[in-house]
Design a protein around this ligand. Structure first.
Ligand SMILES: [Zn+2]
Ligand SMILES: [Zn+2]
Length: 378
């Protein structure tokens, strides 16, 4: 094995270089020996790896101190093994390339390299909004969702046609490279091959049904199970239920986004529900029972005599269940006074009689109130 070069020498920096100088030096080396700029150049590849190894050690304060003391023989020096692949390097220092707007070259290169040739691209993810009533939220439900999505073309069995051969444009790689000049020198951009859409194959007899895509846009209805207790903004991911990729590309995921429909009677407050109910004044004064609608059916509650408007009653376990929990929230009922808007003649008689009886006590109360005020200012 060839003798290892000094890490400072590799990056071309002095022994006392500060951290930002080390980073700058490594960027420079990495750009210069980047595999996308030196395809097939074994020496550049080695220098690219060597620089990454040096940077890994010198950018870490502890490892750098160890190296400064013991050199390449430092105990436990991980960098001794270096990096086995480009992918390794990109996953470690990908952000350095990101700073430069290198496009897909940094990360993309690593991924493509590991798979050899790029397969047909995956289809798009799709998102649908699913409005649910409080009742559906409280008890869980199964909903049918209608959506337009790309699925398998039956006519060509998803192949896009007959006479399939290796794409001449990309040589079967599924991607093409564009070389351009920029501030940082020569730039290489990798993109999906426009002729084969990344499949690496061309078709002499394109399927007329799907124009060679191997997929057809169609309207489907799918069922989705909603658990009890979901909230606005929750989502359910249905893997592989969205657009199929072209010519055998994997299908994207369908995101079902939960929305809450406004309820006419209940207001949701976490797992609790709030509502208000108007009770006739006579019942508030005399007490009695009141029927309260719930999500399931209804319950009866007792109103105490002399109940004041605004009083709240709590009905246990009539709220929304916790998602994945056993506990269920409560229903809070606020009492409001129901003042009649019209009276029958008999009712009017009774109210007037009541008013006459009350006028005595009313006058005495007013008297007492006024005297109290007068006392305050005397
Ligand atoms: Zn077809
Ligand atoms: Zn191609």
């Amino acid at each position: 094995m060839a003798k290892k070069r000094d890490y400072y020498e590799v990056l071309g920096i002095p022994k006392d270089a500060p951290a930002d100088e080390i980073k700058r030096a490594y960027k420079k080396m990495a750009m210069k020996y980047h595999p996308d700029k030196n395809p097939g150049d074994k020496q550049a590849e080695n220098q690219f790896k060597e620089a990454a190894e040096a940077y890994e050690i010198l950018s870490d304060q502890q490892k750098r101190a160890q190296y400064d003391r013991f050199g390449h023989d430092a105990p436990g020096m991980q960098g001794g093994q270096g990096f086995s692949s480009f992918e390794d390097i990109f996953s470690h220092f990908g952000d350095i390339f990101g700073d430069f707007g290198f496009g897909g070259a940094g990360g993309g290169r690593g991924r493509a390299g590991s798979r050899g040739k790029q397969g047909p691209p995956r289809g798009n993810d799709l998102q649908v909004r699913l409005p649910l009533s409080l009742k559906e939220i409280a008890f869980g439900t199964t909903k049918k969702i209608k959506l337009k999505r790309f699925r398998h073309c039956e006519k060509c069995a998803g192949k896009g046609g007959t006479g399939v051969k290796t794409c001449g444009t990309c040589g079967g790689m599924g991607q093409v490279r564009h070389i351009s000049q920029s501030l940082f020198g020569q730039m290489v951009n990798v993109s999906t091959c426009p002729d084969c859409a990344g499949s690496g194959e061309s078709i002499s007899n394109r399927c007329t049904h799907c124009t060679g895509e191997g997929r057809i846009r169609q309207e489907d209805t799918i069922e989705v199970k909603i658990p009890a207790g979901v909230s606005e903004g929750n989502y359910i991911k249905l893997r592989g239920e969205a657009d199929l990729g072209q010519r055998g590309g994997a299908a994207g995921d369908l995101i079902v986004l939960i929305a809450e429909k406004k309820d006419e009677f209940f207001v949701r407050n976490g797992t609790d529900l709030d509502c208000s109910i108007s009770v006739p004044v006579t019942k508030l004064v005399l007490g009695g029972s009141v029927r309260i609608p719930t999500l399931e059916s209804e319950v009866q509650i007792k109103i105490a005599a002399f109940s004041q408007p605004g009083r709240k009653y709590r009905i246990k376990d009539q709220g929304i269940p916790e998602l994945d929990g056993n506990r269920r929230g409560d229903l809070f009922v606020k009492i409001e006074a129901l003042i009649p808007e019209s009276l029958s003649s008999r009712e009017k008689e009774l109210y007037e009689e009541l008013a006459r009886i009350q006028s005595g006590t009313e006058a005495a109360r007013e008297e007492g109130f006024l005297n109290k005020i007068k006392a305050l200012f005397s």
